[in-house]
Design a protein around this ligand. Structure first.
Ligand code: PGA
Length: 342
């Protein structure tokens, strides 16, 4: 190694980075790029906007290259910015793993657990998390709930320790998965919808009804559209909404029918304003998948959560089985009453 190289890389680290960059700047840069906004980054980090801008600029000066693409209207990193973002993510992940490891060496059940789950898992994940946190009160938990497309992006960026997906991920994703409790899709309508009195409704008949669909990027939407397509049919999508709860409200408001996970009805049960229709081919039996990156050594906490979640499977199985049975009984009673009055 010549002298120049020695000067630039002390202890294997570029000297200009040691002198001119801080973890705080990296944290700010990471948040700005991830959230796509200086305002949101300052909110998340509880910092003022001028602090965020100043520290961001200092980091860009240290790199001696623009980090944001000024030509784009949306906040977008340049090639250098993207490379820096990836490097920072690696550094932060390593430091967080170190923190968990040290905590475990100290014999403390302390550390963090980051979960990324698809929308329907929010109907059970907080419950498991509640039990888990009671058992491990020192664990900091973050739960990100979003649609399939966004979860797959999070998998690629290695943003979470454990993921819950609604269908198996593509083989190319470096994810170890464990099939887990049932996640059936059913057709929903408001309790006064005329189809509530019918049995064995065909997919053809369903395709004539206005459908309230989830947004593009949703796993539920993909599965639903595939089912219609496999019958050579196209549903009449009346409206697209990005939230399961908003769709339930639209269904109750009489705007149409919808295909959603039966889990979305767990709180109101079969006595609420939403009914489950008897449509051929439904429920679409699906499972959830718990997963984690194959490259990552799981922390003890993440391992404990994985076991904890898997142990809750029988409870979830039973919940789905009994809820579906209740809707079927309710149907039968409704049809019998209708026949009598007719
Ligand atoms: P989605 O996934 O939120 O992407 O529709 C939910 C599911 O697959 O159950």
């Amino acid at each position: 190694m010549n002298e120049l190289t020695n000067d630039r890389f002390k202890g294997g680290m570029p000297d200009y980075l040691i002198r001119h960059t801080t973890f705080r700047q990296m944290q700010i840069f990471e948040a700005v790029v991830r959230l796509g906004s200086f305002t949101r980054a300052s909110e998340e980090l509880f910092l003022t906007q001028p602090t965020v801008s100043t520290q961001f600029k200092k980091l860009a000066d240290a790199m001696d290259l623009p980090l944001l693409d000024q030509s784009s209207r949306k906040l977008k990193p340049t090639e250098a910015g993207e490379a820096l973002y990836r490097a920072i993510r690696k550094i932060f992940d390593t430091m967080a793993d170190l923190d968990t490891f040290i905590a475990e060496l100290k014999g403390l059940r302390r550390g963090r657990l980051r979960l990324g789950v698809i929308t329907t898992a929010k109907y059970f994940a907080p419950e498991i998390l509640g039990d888990f946190c009671r058992q491990f009160p020192g664990v900091d938990v973050s739960l990100k709930v979003t649609n399939r497309e966004r979860i797959l992006e999070r998998v690629q960026n290695n943003e979470d320790d454990i993921y819950i997906l609604g269908q198996p991920p593509e083989k190319s994703l470096n994810l170890k998965v464990y099939p887990f409790a049932p996640n059936p899709l059913v057709v929903m309508a408001g309790v006064n919808h005329p189809l509530c009195l019918e049995s064995h409704i065909s997919i053809q008949r369903l395709s004539e009804e206005p459908l309230i669909s989830r947004e593009i990027g949703s796993g539920i939407r993909d599965t639903t559209m595939r089912l219609f397509a496999s019958h050579g049919l196209k549903p009449k999508v009346r409206m697209e909404l990005g939230s399961n709860e908003a769709i339930k409200h639209a269904v109750v408001g009489g705007l149409g029918v919808a295909v959603l996970s039966l889990h979305t009805l767990v709180l109101e049960g079969d006595n609420g304003p939403v009914d489950v229709l008897d449509v051929e081919g439904f429920p679409i039996e699906r499972k959830w998948y718990l997963g984690h990156s194959k490259d990552k050594v799981l922390s003890l906490i993440a391992q404990a959560f994985l076991e904890f979640a898997r142990a809750s499977e029988p409870v979830i199985n039973e919940r789905m089985r009994s809820l579906y049975a209740k809707f079927s009984q309710r149907h039968q009673a409704k049809r019998d009453k209708h026949k009598l009055s007719g």
